[in-house]
Design a protein around this ligand. Structure first.
Ligand code: FES
Length: 457
């Protein structure tokens, strides 16, 4: 492939189709992006009790996210250090020990048995066949050196030099908080509705976070949600009816972005489809009052959808969800969806949210179906010898970004713009070129002890 600066031409807003189909660039993404960035790996509702675990992904690696017997969270590579057998083949469960089915090595999650949960505890024939010479402490599971539990979500990075998670988020954190806090503003008030949805899409993974970072322009694709009346805005799909306060906000130095709203959550969260349910409508009205009481006149952010670089997107207003896009190959990804609701919401609200979220997004949801079709065909029609040699156009709004005084390092560029997509690919190019975190986040410094487990926030 061409040099990165010829693939992403920032001055003109051009992006080469090669980055969506090329095998060598895909391999470089795995080492330069996915082995360095902070990645979403789990929700705490998947690991409630000590010993609970859930199998997740970081890039193309599978990991076990587990809560040890003291309640701390670890992220461990899901492969036996002896001969590579996949250690855990369940999706989730509860285990004090993981035993390898191949030759029987076992790894303990109990700090009373091993020095650090995840260490090698048992080796059949250790005293006899190994003559007591195998040093078990050298052969524990490989662990992600950086783990962060943030408002019930779990994140990890393979790079010990990655900046602190809060620094990685910057002021984008306020928008993530909006999705993870309760509707009344109570910190971290969220729970998963049911389980997680997982499915494969024949699309390059980048199409999805690029879409969620601020592509209002594709609203024409979602005419169906207007026609059946489940558009969150209750809108008609007409672009001239977008409220003035909606804008795209991006963080050029961080690669994150959001479709945000200013000034701030002035109305109770409104959804046309639940106005017929007095209990649900009353719940959101009460939440709004409590929110106003909590924050007073303080400026607060509100948002519909955004992306944390590289592969996690989220909806803040209903449907309140987390989406993750795992790379499988240049032309295939695995999508995950988690739906969120206030933990203390009445059953009627949780039930309404479950129905609404499933009809809106996820593999059977109306909007996701529209999007997957676009991304899959765009990927497939970029594979050909001629088509891969040309460029996509991202010039909408180029040169029209404005600074946002109340958000550090942020720019905004109106409702319809490709500013945030340019920000996403600019950051992608920086990761692809950088040799270390020093170049990506100057002053981040060496990370804490590789063995540190997560402290809940
Ligand atoms: Fe796991 Fe041999 S591969 S014990």
């Amino acid at each position: 492939p061409k040099p990165i600066d010829e693939l992403i031409v920032q001055e003109t807003g051009l992006v080469s189709r090669e980055i969506f189909v090329d095998e060598d660039l895909f391999k470089q993404e795995l080492s330069h992006v996915f082995a360095r960035a902070w990645l979403f790996v789990a929700h705490e509702d998947q690991i409630v009790k000590n010993g609970d675990y859930v199998v997740s992904k970081m890039g193309t690696d599978t990991v076990i996210v587990t809560r040890d017997m003291e309640g701390e969270v670890h992220v461990l590579l899901n492969t036996c250090t002896h001969r590579g057998m996949r250690l855990c083949r369940n999706d989730m469960g509860n285990a004090r020990t993981f035993s390898c089915p191949y030759h029987g090595w076992s790894y303990s999650m109990d700090g009373r048995i091993v020095e650090t949960p995840g260490d090698l505890a048992g080796v059949p024939g250790h005293a006899t066949y190994y003559h007591g010479e195998l040093d078990k402490k050298d052969w524990g599971l490989v662990r992600a050196p950086r783990v962060k539990v943030y408002k019930r979500t779990v994140w990890a990075s393979w790079d010990p030099d990655a900046p602190e998670f809060e620094d990685y988020l910057g002021d984008m954190r306020q928008y993530l908080d909006f999705a993870l806090d309760g509707r009344d503003g109570s910190p971290g008030n969220n729970e998963m509705i049911g389980g997680i949805l997982k499915w494969r899409v024949p699309s390059n993974w980048k199409f999805a976070p690029e879409n969620f970072i601020g592509d209002n322009y594709h609203d024409i694709s979602h005419r169906s949600v207007d026609l059946v009346g489940i558009n969150p805005s209750g809108g008609t799909g007409r672009r001239d009816e977008e409220p003035d306060e909606v804008t795209t906000l991006g963080f050029p130095k961080l690669g994150h972005g959001v479709i945000g709203e200013m000034p701030y959550f002035e109305e109770p969260e409104f959804q046309p489809q639940w106005q017929g349910n007095p209990e649900v409508a009353e719940y959101y009205r009460r939440c709004h009052e409590q929110r106003v009481e909590r924050f007073g006149d303080q400026p607060r952010v509100s948002m519909t959808v955004g992306t944390i670089f590289p592969n996690m997107s989220f909806h803040g207003r209903q449907p309140r969800t987390i989406a993750v896009f795992h790379p499988i190959s240049p032309t295939e990804m695995e999508m995950w969806r988690i739906f969120l609701v206030d933990r203390d919401a009445p059953d009627a609200v949780k039930d309404m949210a479950r129905h609404y979220h499933l009809s809106y997004s996820g593999p059977g949801g109306l909007t996701e179906s529209d999007d997957m079709e676009n991304w899959s065909y765009a990927t497939d029609s970029s594979r050909g010898e001629i088509s891969r040699s040309i460029y996509f156009n991202y010039e909408m709004g180029l040169g029209h970004a404005r600074e946002v005084p109340h958000l550090e390092g942020a720019v905004e560029n109106g409702v319809f713009t490709e500013e945030n997509a340019r920000i996403f690919y600019k950051r992608w190019a920086e990761f692809m070129k950088a040799g270390s975190w020093d170049e990506l986040h100057p002053g981040a410094g060496p990370g804490p002890d590789r063995r540190r487990a997560a402290e809940p926030t």
